[in-house]
Write a protein that binds this ligand. Structure first.
Ligand SMILES: Nc1nc2c(c(=O)[nH]1)N[C@H]1C(S)=C(S)[C@@H](COP(=O)(O)O)O[C@H]1N2
Ligand SMILES: [Mo]
Length: 413
C-alpha cells in the first residue's frame, strides 16, 4: 500500500477507525450496554462485581471530564469556561476546556452497540447507521463555534437591571472546535428523504428532561439539508469526548447551542411541522410584543466580544497587553474596538492574523498603559456582514442572545 496516493480524507478515516478500535479494546466492552448514565454504570458495576467499587463510592457525577475551578464555573449541571482560561490556548478550544451544557447528565454510550436511526414519514427507506458507517461515508471537516443561546445572560441583570430566568452565564458558554463528520444531507438522502419533508427532529439519548422528554430540537428541512450541517463524530481530530456527544452529535453552524443535539440516537423526518419544548416554551423570545412580535423561535446566534481576564479582574499598573475574542454567528469579524473608560472613547484592537474563521471567533489584543484606579473595559465588534454590537438588547424573559457591549470591571493597583 502506497500512502503517497491516499487523499487527506482517507487519512482522516483511518485515524478515526483506529481510535474506535483502540477505544473498544481499552474498555474491553463485552457486555451489551447501549446507554448508561454514570449512576447506571455504577449500579451495573457493583452487580457484576467487575469494577473496583472505590471509584464509584461518591454520588454520580453529571459530567465525566475534570472541570477544575481555575478553568470552569459550576452552574448546576453545566460548566462555563472561565474566559481567561482561553488565553494562550490557541485558536481551537481544546476538548478539555470546552464548556458543557447538559440538561441532565452525560450518558456513557457504547459505540459498538450504538446506532443512529433515520426514520419517519418523511423518508422512503428508514435506515440505521453505526459509527463505522458514519466514518466510512464522505468526511467533512468544519471549524465552527458552538454557543449556548443564553451565553451572556447574566448581563441582563448585571448591566440592564432585568431579572431573567436561566443559567447565569457570563460569556464563556462558547467554544470553537474543528468538527469532523458526515453531512446530515448524506444520511437523509440515503434514507430516501421525500420532497414533502417539512421538519427534522434530532433526538438525544441522554435522560428525559422531566415531562419534556428527550432533548429534541426541530430543524426545518431546508436548514437540515444544507451542506454545512454535520453529524459530527470528531472534535479537534479526536473522537468526541463523552460530555460533548460521543459517539455523534449534530453541528448546526451559526444556530443556538440547543440545535447541536448531543448523543444523537434518532433523527425523525416529518411531513408536518414538529413542536417540542425546545421550540415552544424554551428557545423562543417572550418579551415585549413590539420587540418580539409573535414570540419568534430562536435560530441564529449573534455577535459578542469578551476579554480574556477574570471577571472582575485585577491588574498591575504599567503596560498590560489586553487580549480577548470576538465572534459572530453570521460571518467573520471585521473590526474590534476597546474602551478603557467605560465606553466614552474606543481604540482599534489588533486582530490576530490567521484564525478569524467564519461563524467562529477572532483573537485580538491591545496594549494598555494602566494607571491605578477602577475601570470598566468594553470591547465591541463588527462582522463582515455589517452586524455590530448594540449598547443594549431588548428584554426577553429567558435572557437569550445578549449581544450588547459588556462592561468588564478592572481594578488596577
Ligand atoms: N442531547 C442533548 N444535546 C444537547 C444538550 C443536552 O442537554 N442534551 N444541550 C444543548 C445545549 S443547550 C447546548 S448550549 C449545547 C452545548 O454543547 P456542549 O456541552 O458540547 O458545549 O449542546 C446542546 N445539545
Ligand atoms: Mo444552550
Amino acid at each position: 500500500m502506497n500512502n503517497a496516493f491516499k487523499n487527506e480524507q482517507d487519512y482522516d478515516r483511518e485515524r478515526f477507525e483506529m481510535e474506535v478500535w483502540k477505544r473498544r479494546h481499552a474498555t474491553g466492552q463485552t457486555r451489551r450496554q447501549v446507554v448508561r448514565t454514570l449512576a447506571g454504570l455504577a449500579a451495573g458495576a457493583s452487580a457484576f462485581g467487575s469494577l473496583p467499587s472505590r471509584g464509584f463510592a461518591q454520588a454520580p457525577a453529571t459530567i465525566v471530564k475534570p472541570t477544575p475551578p481555575d478553568k470552569f464555573r459550576i452552574l448546576g449541571t453545566n460548566r462555563e469556561t472561565l474566559f481567561h482560561a482561553f488565553k494562550g490556548r490557541g485558536y481551537l478550544t481544546p476538548a478539555s476546556l470546552f464548556f458543557v451544557r447538559n440538561h441532565t447528565s452525560t450518558p456513557l454510550i457504547d459505540a459498538e452497540t450504538w446506532s443512529l436511526s433515520v426514520e419517519g414519514g418523511g423518508v422512503a427507506r428508514p435506515r440505521t447507521f453505526t459509527l463505522d458507517d458514519l466514518i466510512s461515508l464522505p468526511t467533512e471537516r468544519l471549524t465552527r463555534a458552538i454557543e449556548c443561546a443564553g451565553n451572556g445572560r447574566s448581563f441582563f441583570a448585571g448591566q440592564q437591571g432585568q431579572a431573567v430566568a436561566g443559567t447565569a452565564w457570563l460569556l464563556g458558554a462558547i467554544g470553537v472546535g474543528e468538527w469532523t463528520g458526515v453531512r446530515l444531507s448524506t444520511l437523509l438522502e440515503l434514507a430516501g428523504v421525500k420532497p414533502t419533508a417539512v421538519d427534522v427532529l434530532p433526538e438525544g439519548l441522554d435522560d428525559e428532561v422531566g415531562a419534556s422528554g428527550h432533548v429534541r430540537r426541530p430543524i426545518p428541512i431546508g436548514r437540515a439539508l444544507a451542506d454545512d450541517l454535520l453529524v459530527a463524530y470528531g472534535l479537534n481530530g479526536e473522537l468526541l469526548p463523552p460530555d460533548h456527544g460521543f459517539p455523534a452529535r449534530l453541528l448546526v453552524p451559526g444556530w443556538i447551542g440547543i440545535a447541536n443535539v448531543k448523543w444523537l440516537g434518532r433523527v425523525t423526518v416529518s411531513e408536518e411541522p414538529v413542536f417540542t419544548a425546545w421550540n415552544t416554551t424554551q428557545y423562543r423570545f417572550f418579551g415585549n410584543e413590539d420587540d418580539y412580535p409573535g414570540q419568534p423561535i430562536l435560530t441564529t446566534q449573534t455577535i459578542k466580544s469578551a476579554f480574556e481576564l477574570p471577571f472582575p479582574a485585577s491588574l498591575r499598573p504599567g503596560l498590560n497587553l489586553i487580549t480577548g475574542r470576538s465572534w459572530s454567528a453570521e460571518g467573520s469579524i471585521a473590526l474590534v474596538e476597546v474602551s478603557f473608560n467605560g465606553g466614552d472613547t474606543y481604540i482599534r484592537a489588533a486582530l490576530k492574523p490567521g484564525g478569524n474563521g467564519h461563524q467562529a471567533w477572532a483573537e485580538w489584543q491591545i496594549p494598555w498603559a494602566a494607571r491605578p484606579g477602577k475601570y470598566v473595559l468594553k470591547a465591541r465588534a463588527v462582522d463582515d456582514q455589517g452586524n455590530a454590537q448594540p449598547l443594549t438588547v431588548p428584554y426577553n424573559s429567558q435572557g437569550y442572545l445578549f449581544s450588547a457591549i459588556a462592561g468588564h470591571p478592572v481594578t488596577v493597583a
